[in-house]
Design a binder for this molecule. Structure first.
Ligand SMILES: Nc1nc2c(c(=O)[nH]1)N[C@H]1C(S)=C(S)[C@@H](COP(=O)(O)OP(=O)(O)OC[C@H]3O[C@@H](n4cnc5c(=O)[nH]c(N)nc54)[C@H](O)[C@@H]3O)O[C@H]1N2
Ligand SMILES: Nc1nc2c(c(=O)[nH]1)N[C@H]1C(S)=C(S)[C@@H](COP(=O)(O)OP(=O)(O)OC[C@H]3O[C@@H](n4cnc5c(=O)[nH]c(N)nc54)[C@H](O)[C@@H]3O)O[C@H]1N2
Ligand code: SF4
Ligand SMILES: [Mo]
Length: 726
């Protein structure tokens, strides 16, 4: 009988603690999950022994993906990278990482791109996720840590305002921390839909603010306006701990509540109730928090929206004080560590800047290379996608831990770009929709088969431990990066393959930086110490709560940032009269590459649907359970009508977990937030069509990994969707 291993769930940023024995998972008592897991956590070991598991490298021959040796696969990759760079220069090779990767992998991938490939073009899937809140956090607080306080601090809150988050489905155990506020009427949820989280708020006599999609920014400004004009502002705090209020107010003063009501559809009386609920909790010492998640952030003015939400929290005096604050709820398993350890365009480990000479010199020293040889800042995710196969753009791409053929905005364009590459390399443990397009697929280990660390949504560094033996065949990314680096002429010892060794280097790379991991060691973590960064020394206790004395800005004050709403890029019009918004279901994770393969989850989530008000369906001649084609300027998506009388009559909700013709990202708009590169996943204009012809071919089994380019056609074939709502 194998001994249980204490580790953490592979999926989301809450990083619930679990014990794994063989392939059975049980929850463990831990401050974030308190002995609970969601369905995804419970079933997370199912994929370890799944028949879809990739065990051998695949290369495309005669249009088909066929098994080959590691040597052959790696040779082709190195040759392809060199060839692309010979024609297009160093930056013609792109690297795309992920918030799913451990700290060690994220770090080594960044080093591989900058040192072994010498390319500026590395970015990662967290661009879709954390970018807007990161940028806004940097602007106001001088540092970007999603939650600057432990999750369990929320337990004492009298009020929590959640802008665009649905943790009841996206982090179910997190709801335990909102329970005290929810049960006393203090949970406020801003969401165009009456989500499961909004329902919890309503059950506790809290507030559901059902705004028009894409209007969080004017709403946040109006709430701030009310706080200031109705005497709720904490003037002493603003004077002592912040800067820039006057400039901010010059812009915010124009968003009086009645004006915002016109844009957001939120009644002034409800705005007042929101501010009053937060202030009542603050004033009775019960604590008030403001959180943002993807609903508010994934917009073309996402950074400014978060800045406006931060301004609300600052006006109320909530940040940098015990028992209150602002935080962003980070999404992916290592969304936090992934963004600060060097796979984000323009960033070096620890949030060092690739454009800063001192930062370059530090990394040059740690990496043993001439800092003058390091590339500059490269393209962000969607900019890279737009450059795929373009003259002067990206000719070869390595994707590591992301399934962009399903998860990227305007995914049909991205698929076209991927097809036009000289070389697409995908590292994965299943044949994701992106891997199906690859020229070379490198099979990697899964979470429970390797060692590493991740940094959870609260900035705490956690150990991921090996709990099952690795199957023969797949290799760890660390190993793959060394193999490739050596083939590209690097010394092997520059790319260590053991996670503890990489972590040791990462400590040195981040020493003295904003996200300082230098005091964190595997030993301290294995001893059970709760270490939150910054942790600048072996005897430093780490920093669970940031900003208590000062913010990380030059003058120690939090900055107000003046912002002006721009609104969604694509408002509804006569041709496309409805707004589509996209998001998540409890039983599916992201692109679904993993969770669609877990039978119990696939069954619980059911097939792709479009959630809408019954009147909206009726106007399109549709009723509950009918097949519908949702059409935007970029494409069409097949779904089943799911009628829900709580939906706004202007909004249709689409989950983005499904591939092929059922992919919501065939519709979404790749317009970017200029401050963060975040795409506008949460609003685009659509119409509803009745399907013209009955689908004639069944959903193809995505496990067939021998017929690569055939798959290209198959993913564009009609998908048969079972009738009836799940
Ligand atoms: N089950 C499950 N859990 C997950 C994930 C998953 O894929 N599945 N992914 C993980 C990751 S990476 C992330 S980033 C998190 C995301 O976690 P969340 O941010 O909670 O997830 P979403 O469903 O994307 O968006 C939340 C809500 O935003 C609402 N929304 C849509 N448009 C708007 C708008 O304009 N304004 C506002 N205020 N709200 C809007 C949607 O109706 C939705 O209910 O979840 C993590 N956990
Ligand atoms: N329409 C719409 N689109 C969205 C969003 C939305 O709200 N609406 N949300 C966006 C957000 S917040 C996010 S975070 C992205 C997520 O988008 P993705 O990152 O593309 O999502 P995943 O499905 O998690 O993809 C992870 C892939 O990597 C594999 N994998 C997992 N772990 C590892 C590992 O350690 N190594 C390697 N090599 N592979 C691994 C999995 O099998 C899977 O194929 O989607 C974005 N897309
Ligand atoms: S909430 Fe997140 S970390 Fe916890 S079990 Fe579910 S997916 Fe895993
Ligand atoms: Mo995310």
């Amino acid at each position: 009988m194998p001994l249980p291993t204490h580790t953490h769930c592979p999926y989301c940023g809450l990083q619930c603690a679990m014990s794994v024995t063989g392939t059975s998972v049980t929850p463990v008592e831990f401050p974030t999950n308190r002995g609970r897991l969601c369905q995804k956590g419970w079933s997370s070991a199912d994929l370890l022994t799944h028949t879809d598991r990739l065990l051998q490298p695949l290369v495309r021959r005669d249009g088909q993906l066929r098994e080959t040796s590691w040597d052959d696969a790696l040779y082709r990759v190195a040759r392809g990278f060199r060839g692309a760079q010979a024609v297009g220069g160093r930056d013609a090779v792109g690297v795309f990482g992920a918030g799913a990767l451990t700290n060690e992998k994220a770090y080594l991938l960044g080093k591989f791109a900058r040192v072994a490939l010498g390319t500026a073009n590395i970015d990662y899937s967290g661009r879709f996720c954390m970018a807007a809140a990161s940028e806004a956090g940097l602007r106001s607080f001088g540092v970007d840590r999603g939650l600057p306080f432990p999750v369990a601090d929320l337990d004492d809150a009298g009020a929590v305002l959640v802008f665009g988050g649905n943790p009841a489905e996206t982090m179910p155990p997190f709801m335990q921390h909102l329970e005290p506020a929810a049960s006393c009427g203090g949970l406020i949820v801003v969401d165009p839909r009456q989500s499961a989280t909004a329902e919890r708020a309503l059950r506790g006599k809290g507030i559901h603010v059902a705004l028009t999609p894409g209007t969080d920014l004017p709403l946040a400004l109006a709430l701030t306006h009310l706080a200031v004009t109705e005497g709720f502002a904490d003037r002493a705090y603003i004077a002592e701990r912040t800067s820039g209020f006057d400039e901010f107010w010059a812009a915010a003063a124009r968003w009086w509540p009645e004006r915002a009501e016109q844009v957001t559809g939120v009644a002034v009386s409800q705005m007042y109730q929101v501010v009053q609920t937060l202030c009542a909790a603050r004033d009775r010492g019960a604590g008030a928090y403001v959180l943002t998640a993807r609903g508010a952030e994934q917009h073309r003015d996402g950074t400014d929206t978060v800045s406006a939400v931060i301004a609300l929290a600052l006006v109320l005096g909530l940040c940098g004080r015990p028992g209150s604050g602002y935080g962003c709820v980070t999404g992916q398993a290592n969304g936090q560590g992934g963004r600060e350890l060097g796979q984000k365009a323009g960033q070096l480990p620890g949030y060092r800047k690739i454009t800063d000479p001192a930062d370059r010199a530090h990394l040059g020293k740690v990496w043993g290379v001439d800092p003058g040889e390091l590339p500059g800042a490269g393209m962000s995710a969607c900019e890279m996608f737009a450059a795929l196969g373009r003259p002067g753009g990206i000719r070869a791409l390595m994707v590591c831990g992301s399934n962009i053929a399903v998860s990227a905005p305007d995914a049909s364009r991205v698929i076209e770009g991927l097809r036009s590459l000289d070389l697409l390399v995908v590292n994965d443990f299943v044949l994701s929709e992106t891997a199906q397009l690859a020229d070379v697929v490198l099979p990697v280990l899964q979470w429970a088969e390797e060692e590493g660390t991740l940094t959870s949504l609260e900035g705490r560094v956690l150990r991921r431990r090996r709990s099952v033996p690795a199957p023969p065949g797949p290799r760890s990314e660390l190993h793959i990066l060394q193999d490739l680096a050596v083939r590209l002429g690097q010394p092997a010892d520059r790319f260590p393959t053991s996670a503890p060794q990489v972590f040791e280097e990462l400590r040195a790379a981040t020493a003295g930086a904003a996200a300082d991991y230098s005091g964190i060691t595997y030993q301290r973590l294995d001893d059970g110490q709760a270490l939150y960064w910054p942790c600048p020394g072996a005897d430093h206790p780490g920093t669970p709560r940031l900003f208590l004395d000062r913010f990380a800005t030059a003058d120690g004050r939090a900055r107000f940032v003046p912002v002006e709403p721009r609104g969604p890029a694509e408002p509804a019009d006569s041709q496309f009269p409805l707004l589509a918004t996209t998001g998540r279901l409890l039983a599916q994770y992201q692109s679904g590459a993993q969770t669609r393969r877990v039978a119990a989850l696939a069954q619980a989530a059911g097939p792709m649907f479009a959630q809408m008000h019954p009147d909206v369906a009726a106007r399109a001649g549709l009723s509950d359970g009918d097949q519908v084609e949702v059409v935007s300027r970029r494409g069409r998506t097949a779904a089943i009508v799911r009628c829900d009388p709580t939906m706004r009559p202007d909004t249709v909700f689409l989950p983005f977990h499904f591939p092929g013709l059922a992919s919501a990202n065939r519709l979404t708009n790749a317009v970017l937030d200029p401050d963060s590169g975040m795409p506008e996943f949460k609003v685009c204009a659509i119409r509803l069509d009745k399907p013209t012809a009955a689908p004639d071919s069944p959903t193809h089994d995505h496990t067939d990994h021998t017929s690569g380019h055939h798959r290209l056609q198959e993913i564009s074939d009609p998908v048969q969707i079972p009738r009836g709502c799940p």
